[in-house]
Design a binder for this molecule. Structure first.
Ligand SMILES: NC(=O)c1ccc[n+]([C@@H]2O[C@H](COP(=O)([O-])OP(=O)(O)OC[C@H]3O[C@@H](n4cnc5c(N)ncnc54)[C@H](O)[C@@H]3O)[C@@H](O)[C@H]2O)c1
Length: 258
């Protein structure tokens, strides 16, 4: 796993990463490890999270794996309880778990599809962050980062459920940052632009079309690499970001400039 982060900015810290089995979450796990953090890696797909753990390749770090569903309050509680039990405490919590929405005009989205996207991307973000915050408030320190999207800021066609879920997560971050600042806990959003992961590699013609449109709109003229998103996740979790809370860091190749 080749990352961009060098140095031991997170040495001795414990980080929980959800959605660690693929794409951006996997790259975040690798970058946190490169920065020296012990890890609790979680994903709906446990085997994928285990593969991420195997790819870390640092025998000096403690790396645990646990299956969990971000939509389930008990699962989020169990994830942080396990992290504390195995690794002693939780300093950093990052959730990249997410699903794409149905490709449909807003008024044609089936309500079950709407519910599924909101349950994972918005309610899941809340359940993850709240479970993390309950520990961090007690210890009066911590950093929570939710992976949102550039569509938390600008809409995209045929994508209303996903856009709404990410816009909601952006405001959740602000609201939680406000509540948790007195307890020394920072909460931020990390918003990737169009990034090369399994989520964006769908093979259907509609997908290829939206891919072309997205690429044409990016000033840097290319997709992001998961490692480029992950470097910002390490920054937000590190002591280089101790005065940053309630905001969104965009890593989007300039997408939002036009
Ligand atoms: N790839 C992009 O272009 C892009 C752009 C902006 C934002 N994002 C966001 O970045 C995050 C990561 O996306 P990615 O591109 O790496 O996608 P991905 O599909 O490669 O990875 C998503 C991971 O989330 C996990 N997951 C899904 N539902 C879950 C659940 N209920 N509980 C726990 N884990 C669950 C999946 O198993 C998978 O491992 C998502 O939140 C996505 O919305 C991606």
């Amino acid at each position: 796993m080749t990352g961009l982060w060098a140095g031991d900015a997170l040495k001795g810290r414990v980080a929980v990463v959800n959605g660690a089995g693929s794409g951006i979450g996997r790259a975040i796990a690798g970058a946190l490890a490169a920065a020296g953090a012990d890890l609790m890696l979680s994903d709906l797909a446990e085997a994928s999270a285990a593969q991420t753990a195997q790819g870390i390749g640092r025998g000096d770090l403690r790396v645990e794996v646990m299956a969990s569903d971000v939509r389930a309050p008990a699962a989020m509680e169990a994830l942080f309880a396990r992290a504390e039990d195995r690794l002693g405490r939780v300093d950093v919590a990052i959730s990249a778990a997410g699903i794409g929405g149905p490709a449909a005009l807003a008024h044609e989205i089936a309500s079950a599809d709407w519910d599924a996207v909101i349950a994972t991307n918005l309610t899941g973000a809340f359940l993850f962050a709240a479970a993390a915050a309950r520990r961090m408030v007690a210890q009066k320190a911590g950093s929570i980062t939710l992976v949102t999207s550039q569509v938390s800021e600008v809409a995209q066609r045929n994508c209303a459920a996903y856009v709404a879920s990410k816009g909601g997560a952006k405001m959740l971050v602000k609201a939680m940052a406000l509540d948790l600042a007195p307890y020394g806990v920072r909460v931020n959003a990390l918003a990737p632009g169009f990034t090369d992961t399994p989520m964006t590699r769908g093979g259907d013609p509609g997908h290829a079309d939206s891919r072309r449109q997205s690429l044409a709109h990016i000033p840097m003229g290319r997709m992001g690499r998961p490692e480029e998103i992950a470097a910002a996740a390490v920054f937000l979790a590190s002591d280089a970001a101790t005065y940053i809370t309630g905001t969104t860091v965009f890593v989007d190749g300039g997408y939002l400039t036009v």
